[in-house]
Write a new protein. Structure first.
Length: 200
């Protein structure tokens, strides 16, 4: 059985839960509270020197970090990662977009507003994050015009990766009511068999 080290409220960790539950795979979840320093302990750093969650551990002791790399590994050989070379490249395109454009705005705004006190100096970052995040959401909104999924004609790991933080973007102060294509896509994801909610 595989083991996931993760924080339940983290979108990056939630991605793996979404895929594994959708696949109906058995797995062991080990809670690691990265918000309170549990990824910086000597024991955890011995497993992942980068000190982040999630982390996948196989029965033979091999470990894999970085949420989207883990998604690709788990999705290999399933309908969630296309065999077609072009569709696979498009999937990677959206995974890179999620980590380099989406997560730094949407997830960071959520973290600042949800985990830091109101008088914390980082609260000053939120207006700029909201502006940049709105641009990111606009890219997604336009891409979803006339299509149901981000890549090809079926639900895949590009959707899973982007759903994880988009569905809770309101926690960061983003108004999703102005993005009807995104809201319809969120509804489609939530209607998938085996879909599981994020745990707080």
């Amino acid at each position: 059985m595989i083991t996931i080290y993760g924080m339940r409220a983290s979108g990056n960790c939630y991605k793996l839960q979404l895929l594994l539950d959708r696949l109906g795979r058995d797995y062991r979840w080990v809670d690691v509270d990265s918000a309170h320093g549990e990824t910086r302990t000597p024991g955890y750093l011995a497993k992942n020197p980068n000190g982040k969650v999630p982390l996948l551990e196989l029965d033979d002791g091999r470990r894999l970090a970085e949420s989207d790399a883990i998604l690709c590994y788990l999705a290999e050989g399933t309908p969630f990662l296309p065999d077609d070379r072009w569709l696979r490249a498009q999937t990677l395109q959206w995974l890179f977009f999620e980590q380099y454009s989406h997560e730094p705005c949407i997830a960071v705004a959520r973290f600042i507003r949800g985990w830091l006190p109101p008088d914390h100096p980082r609260q000053a970052e939120v207006p700029a994050l909201l502006q940049k995040g709105a641009q990111v959401l606009t890219v997604m909104e336009q891409h979803l015009a006339g299509r149901e999924w981000f890549v090809g004609d079926s639900y895949g790991i590009a959707d899973i990766a982007l759903y994880a933080y988009t569905h809770c973007a309101g926690d960061g102060g983003f108004d999703l009511s102005v993005f009807p294509n995104i809201r319809a896509w969120l509804d489609r994801v939530q209607a998938q068999p085996g879909h599981s909610p994020m745990h707080s």
